[in-house]
Design a protein around this ligand. Structure first.
Ligand SMILES: CC(C)(COP(=O)(O)OP(=O)(O)OC[C@H]1O[C@@H](n2cnc3c(N)ncnc32)[C@H](O)[C@@H]1OP(=O)(O)O)[C@@H](O)C(=O)NCCC(=O)NCCS
Length: 268
């Protein structure tokens, strides 16, 4: 399958760098992350097009048989645009539809109110990486704590190994030695690098930390990673997209994701 979406192409490039395995079944890709089975978007099917309504039961049975040890269902649909009408049968079957904005930039500028109080640098020490897991937990308190910490600790080990192998870096904004905002930027093929998981500590939001961190990391990436295009995927309705626009990103595509956190539970 020839993947059209730059968001999925860069997702797959990063997943494969991190040890995920991609199987091509012609009209769909099967993505597996054997070392992290609770990573929903590391264990999913990517379809080349929306399924016909009549094919949905067989598709869901295929997802469940393909990922027997998972409790979630995650299905991506390829393409640079998203058609909610065509996806309605999957939504009716209990999956929720997320359409993300795919933003790209070939250069960035500082945000209107840059934050000069923080220190911006790549994560390096064991303590830096422990702080990244703790920051992610503070930013995601709505997830079940044990499961989320297990997932995030495994993800952080993978991300750190990627930085040590020279594929990119995980950057942080530090205030008095405390990690308060972080993100990843990794080479993702075809002259592109992909941003990952921009997060600011809830107690430190609205101070220009994420905007400044994105700009500082972009400058570093364009200079050091030998890439021309930076790719960022964001919720189109959320504050994040304004921050990325303010430093020079423009929306170029949409990404389609369908998700059911627990397939044993029917929607109310
Ligand atoms: C999205 C997120 C990373 C933003 O982090 P942040 O550090 O608060 O971002 P910034 O401070 O750079 O910008 C936030 C807002 O504060 C404003 N701001 C920046 N400096 C400011 C200042 N000195 N005074 C007042 N407002 C300021 C920015 O202009 C921006 O305003 P806008 O919403 O009107 O565009 C944060 O909300 C977060 O972690 N969310 C949860 C995780 C998430 O969803 N991440 C996005 C994944 S794509």
């Amino acid at each position: 399958m020839d993947v059209q979406s730059i968001a999925y192409r860069t997702d797959l490039a990063l997943l494969e760098l991190g040890g995920s395995v991609v199987e091509d079944r012609g009209d769909r890709l099967v993505v597996r992350t054997p070392h992290n089975p609770t990573f929903h978007w590391g264990n999913f099917l990517l379809l080349d097009r929306p399924p016909a309504a009549a094919d949905v039961p067989v598709l869901l049975a295929d997802v469940d048989a393909t990922f027997p040890d998972s409790t979630h269902r995650a299905i991506g649909v390829d393409g640079p645009t998203s058609d909610p009408d065509a996806l309605a049968p999957l939504v009716a079957a209990g999956l929720s539809l997320d359409v993300a904005a795919v933003m790209t930039a070939r250069a960035t500028q500082a945000p209107p109110r840059p934050n000069a109080d923080a220190t911006y640098r790549p994560l390096a020490s064991d303590e830096d990486w422990q702080q990244r897991v703790a920051l992610a937990a503070r930013c995601n308190e709505d997830h079940p704590a044990d499961e989320y910490l297990a997932f995030m600790s495994s993800k952080a080990r993978t991300d750190r190994a990627l930085t040590q192998a020279g594929h990119g870096a995980w950057w942080g904004a530090f205030v008095d030695g405390r990690l308060v905002s972080s993100l990843g930027l990794f080479r993702a093929g075809e002259g592109s690098a992909r941003f990952q998981s921009v997060e600011t500590d809830p107690a430190f939001r609205g101070r220009g930390l994420a905007g400044t961190l994105v700009h500082e990391t972009s400058r570093w990436g364009l200079a050091e990673l030998d890439v021309e295009t930076l790719v960022m995927v964001a919720d189109p309705d959320y504050v994040a997209i304004r921050i990325y626009r303010s430093v020079g990103f423009a929306e170029t595509e949409r990404q389609t994701q369908l998700h059911q956190p627990d397939r044993r539970v029917s929607r109310p």
